[in-house]
Design a protein around this ligand. Structure first.
Ligand code: SF4
Length: 271
């Protein structure tokens, strides 16, 4: 892979990389202290102490599944352009690139080693390749926790991942919905074939019945000013036995500014 750009954060790096077929992707290499694994119990993943620990604690590699994204969410800079989906090999090579950059650390020895399909692209729109990439990652790094985040595309991807989760422990599933209003969700995420809230609920119920899936399904909300976040609807649609609710700050970018969007969470992601 060719490095086109790299930016260092307090707890890692973000890379702009060219894959072997010449597609531009974004890949992250970050780490956190091990106590942050209990974000649900602590009700926050903010740091208690200023130190970031090291890759021996929680090591997270965030990979892209496409170059750009065809969905075009109203708050996402990635979604303004789409250059094509990646192959499973191009996803796997992002993991290998980051592991190769950090030869002093052994992923097998990290207290948690996580590969998150959360950078550019919607995994469900490239699911055969994503599923194959999961197999490749789990074969080489059996301890890897796999994190999938989707807008809830209504296609066979989700059923496929339910099957994969029966085979491997530690597959984590997240739906990014951002508002409790279906109408507002359709405006923010202008992709037509999405599961509705009832379908997401039913899916999470089935997900939690898989013995391997001890961790609840995450429901991610980047709440924007003017959007609905109704506790009554949360209780009605998303029972706490199946879901944990995650509130994320808005990452401001040229698209959020163009669409005049403001987040309601004041905390910011680590810079
Ligand atoms: S699906 Fe994800 S990557 Fe694609 S536009 Fe929406 S937020 Fe961005």
């Amino acid at each position: 892979m060719k490095v086109k750009k790299v930016k260092q954060f307090g707890n890692g790096y973000v890379y702009a990389l060219l894959t072997s077929s010449g597609k531009m992707v974004e890949t992250t290499d970050t780490y956190l202290p091990y106590y942050t694994i209990n974000a649900v119990g602590r009700r926050s993943n903010a740091l208690i102490f200023p130190e970031f620990a090291s890759r021996k604690d929680r090591w997270m590699i965030g990979i892209s599944v496409s170059s750009g994204c065809p969905v075009g969410c109203k708050f996402c800079a990635t979604g303004s352009k789409f250059f094509g989906h990646l192959s499973a090999e191009e996803m796997f090579e992002q993991v290998e690139f980051i592991v190769g950059k950090n030869k002093d650390f052994d992923p097998e020895k990290s207290k948690e080693f996580k590969v998150l399909f959360t950078r550019m692209g919607e995994p469900a729109l490239n699911y055969p390749e994503v599923s194959q990439a999961i197999e490749m990652i789990k074969e080489k790094y059996p301890n890897a926790v796999i994190g999938l985040s989707t807008i809830g595309v209504d296609n066979p991807a989700l059923e496929g991942w339910l099957e994969i989760s029966k085979k491997y422990t530690d597959i984590q599933m997240q739906f990014s919905v951002h508002t409790t209003s279906e109408e507002e969700r359709n405006e923010l995420i202008p992709f037509k074939k999405k599961m509705n809230y009832e379908q997401i609920r039913d899916y999470a119920e089935r997900w939690m019945k898989v013995p391997n899936n001890k961790r609840k399904v995450a429901l991610n909300f980047t709440i924007l000013e003017g959007n609905e976040f109704s506790m009554e609807k949360l209780e009605e649609y998303f029972p706490k036995e199946y879901f944990f609710i995650k509130l994320s700050p808005l990452n401001e970018n040229k698209i959020t500014r163009k669409n005049n969007l403001k987040g309601v969470i004041e905390e910011q992601n680590l810079k």
